[in-house]
Design a protein around this ligand. Structure first.
Ligand SMILES: [Cu+2]
Length: 155
């Protein structure tokens, strides 16, 4: 049975062989990936520390997706304060850029916001809050966009 990695690599290989064709079709609508802004406790020097985090419902930190997919995400704010997530390294429409007071208001406690834009390039990025000092309290997570460079033997 092929693994997700096998499927991803074969898809990317097909895209590399047929540049301009593989990602030309409009992808079918899919359910958004849920990202929850949450409180969590970690251990620092043997003592508990209250910090934030960004996790999918299955516990995955942040998101890993690939070029050609849409960035279709719903951010749920599960902390008691307003928050907003900036997609560091991506180039979304400016209203979806996640900078409070610039691209839009923060997400109030208990509410959510939806994001949907195409991913035109790959890379290893991160997502983080631009609200107050939330980033310094670990309100951040990986943001990985795979592309043909993930195919072994290619640069
Ligand atoms: Cu940033």
């Amino acid at each position: 049975m092929p693994t997700r990695r096998d499927v991803l690599l074969s898809t990317l290989a097909a895209a590399a062989l047929r540049p301009g064709l593989a990602f030309a079709a409009e992808p079918a609508a899919t359910a958004p990936t849920i990202l929850r802004i949450v409180n969590r406790t970690i251990e620092v020097n043997g003592r508990p520390a209250s910090v934030y985090g960004i996790f999918q419902p299955d516990g995955t930190a942040g998101i890993t997706t690939r070029v050609g997919e849409r960035f279709r995400v719903r951010v749920e704010n599960h902390i008691a304060k307003p928050s907003l997530i900036h997609w560091h390294g991506l180039a979304p429409p400016w209203r979806q850029d996640g900078v409070p007071g610039v691209s839009g208001p923060p997400i109030p406690a208990g509410e959510s916001a939806d994001y949907d834009f195409p991913l035109g390039y790959g890379g290893t990025f991160w997502m983080h809050s631009h609200q107050g000092l939330q980033e310094q309290r670990l309100l951040d997570a990986p943001l990985i966009i795979r592309d043909q460079r993930d195919i072994p033997g290619r640069q």
